[in-house]
Design a binder for this molecule. Structure first.
Ligand code: PEP
Length: 256
């Protein structure tokens, strides 16, 4: 099955940057530049306090809204957390889950992330499940084993009906925010492996529908080559998503 059955997704992970007003300003620029077309899916994922202002700024454009995390419980005594329903109330369509910064700084493991993936799907939010190896793991040839473990753990109990709502982001940890990018060939090899892991878990048709994004220092200079790979269906963009013009150049590379 050809790549054309999958719509590219370019998602901006703003991380812990921009307040509500600054976020609205950037989102308005993104909407003006990248939000007047529907060929490529485009999403912005601001911090929680900027969700409302960003939702307003992208209204009427094709830009989707995403969050960067959530709790798996719908409500309750979980100080500091937000639920999937709360994100839906703010018009979120996506939620980034299992980002390596969550895994590293907040000790999130695959079982915990899996509960969030299932809760997101139940609330009609599309999880962007992040997986990826550290430099030490790559150097000791563990990349595919690590990614397999994270994909299987993150998707445990997700039904075949729901799998095409899941987006997977392959983000080698050593490439995030470092300026180091996996070569297109290195990234493609892992993306192909992820698609075959999904095929083994479900079937080839399901695997062919799942979007697999690359993340890790994707920028205008390297986006076209990465996005041209057979199993790379978009990008999860950190640093370069904080400038509407750079982000738009990546969207344009996906449009080409
Ligand atoms: C990310 O954190 O998801 C990311 C890909 O960051 P950067 O593009 O800055 O490497």
């Amino acid at each position: 099955m050809s790549k054309s059955i999958r719509k590219y997704l370019i998602a901006g992970n703003w991380k812990m940057n921009l307040n509500a007003a600054e976020g609205a300003e950037l989102a308005a620029e993104v909407a003006a530049l990248s939000g007047q077309q529907n060929t490529v899916g485009v999403a912005v994922c601001p911090p929680f306090p900027a969700l409302a202002s960003v939702a307003k700024a992208i209204e009427g454009s094709s830009i989707s809204l995403g969050a960067q995390n959530m709790h798996y419980q719908p409500s309750g005594a979980y100080t500091g957390e937000v639920s999937a329903e709360m994100l839906r109330h703010h018009f979120c369509s996506y939620v980034i889950l299992g980002h390596s910064e969550r895994r590293e700084f907040f000790a999130e493991d695959d079982a915990f992330i899996n509960r969030k993936v299932k809760a997101a799907l139940e609330a009609n939010l599309r999880p962007i499940l992040c997986v990826g190896e550290t430099l030490a793991q790559r150097e000791s040839d563990e990349t595919i084993a690590v990614v397999k473990h994270q994909v299987e753990g993150g998707l445990a109990g997700v039904s075949k009906d729901a799998i095409d709502q899941v987006v997977i982001a392959y983000e080698p940890v050593w490439a995030i925010g470092t300026g180091k990018t996996a070569t297109p060939e290195m990234a493609q090899a892992v993306h192909a492996a992820i698609r075959s892991i999904v095929a083994d878990l479900y079937d080839a048709t399901s695997a062919a529908k799942v979007r697999i994004l690359y993340g890790g220092s994707m920028k205008p200079e390297n986006a076209a080559e990465l996005l041209a790979q057979a199993d790379i269906d978009g990008g999860l963009i950190g640093g370069a998503s904080l400038k509407a013009s750079a982000f738009h150049e990546i969207v344009t590379a996906a449009l080409a």
